[in-house]
Design a protein around this ligand. Structure first.
Ligand code: NDP
Length: 420
């Protein structure tokens, strides 16, 4: 019996909310609140038409405003808040949860909307120099809430999507059941889907393009090694998808896994991209379309990447036309009982199957399902402890079980091909 407030009603939220309704033993009442309330109402009506016992309601909220959030949370009185808006809103929502004494869950770590803000920039540049990686997002902002959540007796569960999220649960599961010592972790994110457009992004274009146009980095012996964007390329033959080019990227779970599994010698993250995607992205970057700094156009201020977002297909509209599969997982090497061991834990998800079930493509699906699972485990008290945590810091077994039940079954391959 619980009451959940979900903030955001985009691609990921739509899956997470529908999955919460499938898990009506845990979630009995749910409010969908977002910037554009009409989307929340549309989703509520769709779910009610299909039939649900969960009592749904909607609200309009600007999650950049702590005051509006506090007002909403204190009137709805949820047991937890699931933030599936954008990473820009993480801190205001965490502040509001603290003020209203409610648990907090999200799927992506904080980054600022305006990376030219001098106050933010000064802290960022200090962190780049100290830590050695230049991504705009990092955990320091949210880890700084540790004492506040601890003192309030509240849980903040960060990054319960697929990557981060499930990939970190896979790591905890490998450490618990398969290894005494893990030496290396390679996280492989392959999208073998085809939507037919020459260029489109599978989730929020602004967040996606920022991530992939940035420098890559990986962790070796506890230190960051930074690369130029797309500098390290490998080819991998993914089960059920086939051979794909993949590139080393910086990714947020490397930071958390590096902290929580300090004996792991190397942690890398690779994502697949087709040549057409990379060529378009380079061209857009070269002409300044990926910039987040406002420019003046015809007397009006516009942010180039937001203008680009308006031109690109809405990721949610890709559902009906995307065919193919995703394969996301982790390859671990290390030792068990003195013997060398290597395993690959992965999930394969079919875009069209996701669309048939919930009307979404697999990228939103693979993020929305784990968002529901992490939230359910916090709400049920299985993953509830005071403080700020990532998904590798709890018992992975109930999460792994729920992945199988809620549409993301996984495989353990005990003889995988390694990435060189
Ligand atoms: P979308 O852009 O599709 O949806 C974002 C939603 O948030 C929209 O409904 C938007 O409202 C709403 N929103 C934005 N700003 C505000 C605001 N100020 N106040 C209230 N609502 C707001 O994004 P996605 O669904 O693709 O992504 C959601 C989150 O999931 C992001 O944080 C993303 O980084 C994360 N993610 C995590 C992954 C993982 O594996 N861990 C993978 C993919 C995504 P409106 O409709 O008005 O635009």
């Amino acid at each position: 019996m619980s009451r959940l407030l979900v903030i955001g009603c985009g691609g990921v939220a739509q899956v997470a909310i529908q999955k919460c309704c499938q898990n009506s033993e845990t979630f009995t009442e749910l409010m969908i609140a977002s910037r554009t309330e009409s989307k929340c109402i549309e989703l509520k009506e769709k779910i009610e038409k299909a039939g649900t016992s969960v009592k749904l309601s909607t609200a309009k909220v600007d999650a950049d405003s702590k005051d509006e959030l506090v007002k909403l949370i204190s009137s709805y009185k949820p047991d937890a808040v699931l933030n599936v808006a954008l990473p820009y809103q993480d801190l205001t929502i965490m502040d509001a949860c603290l003020e209203c004494k409610v648990d907090y869950i999200d799927t992506a770590n904080y980054e600022p909307e305006d990376t030219d803000d001098p106050e933010w920039r000064a802290i960022y540049e200090k962190r780049c120099a100290e830590k050695g990686f230049t991504a705009y997002f990092d955990y320091s902002w949210q880890w700084a809430y540790e004492e506040k959540f601890k003192e309030a007796g509240l849980t903040a569960l960060l990054g319960t999507g697929f990557d981060p999220g499930v990939t970190s649960v896979f790591t905890a599961y490998a450490a618990k059941h398969y290894f005494d010592e893990i030496d290396t972790i390679d996280i492989l994110d392959c999208n073998g889907g085809d939507h037919g457009y020459p260029f489109a992004t599978n989730f929020n274009p602004e967040i996606n393009l920022r991530e992939v146009s940035a420098n890559g980095s990986y962790m070796e012996n506890g230190k960051w090694v930074e690369t130029k964007p797309m500098e390290i390329k490998r080819v991998y033959n993914f089960p059920e998808v086939g051979e794909k080019d993949m590139y080393l990227l910086h990714h947020e779970e490397i930071e958390a896994l590096g902290r929580n599994f300090p004996n792991v010698k190397r942690i890398r993250f690779f994502m697949t991209f087709g040549q057409s995607y990379l060529t378009h992205m380079k061209c857009l970057e070269n002409v300044g379309m990926l910039s987040t700094s406002p420019i003046n156009f015809d007397g009006k201020e516009i942010v180039p990447i937001q203008f680009l977002k308006a031109l690109l297909p809405d990721p949610a509209s890709l559902g009906p036309i995307t065919v193919g599969k995703t394969n996301i997982g982790c390859i671990f090497t290390g030792r068990k009982d003195g013997k060398e061991r290597q395993i690959y834990i992965y999930n394969v998800c079919d875009h069209q199957e996701c669309y048939k079930e919930l009307g979404s493509q697999a990228i939103s699906y693979t993020t929305g399902v784990p968002a529901m699972i992490g939230t359910a485990l916090v709400v049920k008290g299985l993953w509830k402890k005071p403080g700020v945590f990532t998904t590798d810091e709890f018992d992975p077994d109930p999460y792994m079980e729920m992945l199988n039940t809620y549409g993301l079954p996984w495989v353990v391959d005990e003889n995988p091909v390694l990435v060189d």
